[in-house]
Design a protein. Structure first.
Length: 324
């Protein structure tokens, strides 16, 4: 059993987190992750209203009595969702762990902390990690350039970003971006992290509520098969390479404005991919970790394998390399 400051502080068996995933972080997956002894996150904005989120939290509770969290992604948009009401729904539902991402969590911290909720803020740079600790978060997740979704604009891969952040922080650190197996977990711990957060690997499990064709596409894909869209707009997102994402990259490279790609990148189209398995229906989020994935295990088997392999590496393979 691997114990870290993260497992101790958050009361979770294994130092493994399933990060928020739009359209994917729903009750069946999150409960399976909790039952496997890891920390799953419901994704607040996958639910159309705060009331629907409260209902999804209830549904998850029916499936597990182990701890789980909720991801609250706070993105600056023209018509923002009612973040405060989502936050209130989380608080009133008695959830004890929240993952924030997207922008500074400070406005949400007093209410969350007053309710006894521990906050993990996920960010993509050392400066934002340090800022998050200063404003009082309980742990920091640090997403390297490898990650699915928003890697930021600095393009620093985890191998440098994780230790660079860890050496500046006092709170527990979760490494994310590119982790998919026990080697990754052992490496993250060696780099100074207290655990890992994974998205892509959990997306390709039996319990992930997405069409089987999506999972098979991840198994077939290599680490080269992602695109970074919206780069010229400084709102980079790593998604699967498909007809739509390549079209977005090409249009923007030719100088197109956001209006000319808006319809292509619509979230509703990405949701259609997950629901129908039509892989070219829109852009859908996936990371370079897909190059390390070649099966569709149950969450239970996946978490057991990752932790057992990491323990084996730490206890056997690595010590055997040392000529003491
Ligand atoms: C399908 C999908 C949807 C995601 N949606 C969100 C989201 O809504 N909010 C968020 O903070 N992170 C989101 N992420 C990022 C993950 O929480 C995590 O940070 C990332 O996947 C880590 O990189 P990895 O995919 O290499 O493991 C998403 C990832 C995936 C694969």
């Amino acid at each position: 059993m691997i114990r870290t400051r993260f497992t101790e502080t958050f009361g979770v068996e294994h130092p493994v987190v399933q990060g928020g995933m739009q359209w994917v972080g729903r009750a069946p997956l999150v409960a399976a992750v909790a039952e496997a002894g890891a920390l799953g996150m419901l994704t607040a904005l996958t639910q159309p209203t705060p009331e629907a989120l409260a209902e999804e939290i209830r549904r998850t509770r029916e499936l597990t009595d182990r701890p789980f969290g909720v991801n609250l992604t706070i993105l600056p948009t023209i018509t923002p969702p009612p973040y405060d009401e989502y936050r209130q729904a989380i608080i009133e539902s008695g959830v004890r762990i929240v993952e924030t991402a997207g922008s500074n969590p400070a406005p949400h911290l007093p209410a969350l902390h007053a309710a006894g909720i521990k906050v993990i803020h996920k960010c993509t740079s050392v400066r934002h990690a340090v800022k998050a600790e200063q404003v009082g978060v309980d742990a920091v997740g640090i997403d390297g350039f490898e990650c699915a979704g928003h890697p930021g604009e600095d393009d620093i891969a985890g191998l440098v970003l994780i230790p660079a952040a860890a050496r500046r922080l006092s709170v527990p650190v979760l490494a994310s971006g590119g982790f998919a197996d026990g080697r990754g977990l052992a490496a993250a711990l060696a780099l100074g992290a207290d655990g890992i957060t994974m998205g892509t690997r959990f997306l390709c499990t039996q319990e992930a509520p997405v069409h089987d064709k999506v999972k098979q596409a991840i198994v077939a894909a290599t680490e080269n098969d992602t695109e970074l869209i919206l780069r010229p707009l400084r709102n980079t997102s790593r998604v699967a390479s498909n007809r739509v994402s390549r079209e977005v990259v090409e249009r923007l490279a030719r100088g197109a404005a956001f209006e000319e790609v808006r319809e292509l990148v619509a979230g509703a189209r990405g949701r259609t991919v997950f629901e129908t398995g039509d892989l070219d229906a829109g852009v859908w989020t996936v990371g370079t970790a897909q190059g390390l994935i070649d099966d569709i295990p149950s969450v239970r088997d996946l978490v057991a394998r990752i932790t057992a392999d990491a323990e084996d590496l730490i206890l056997k393979r690595l010590p055997a390399l040392v000529d003491a």
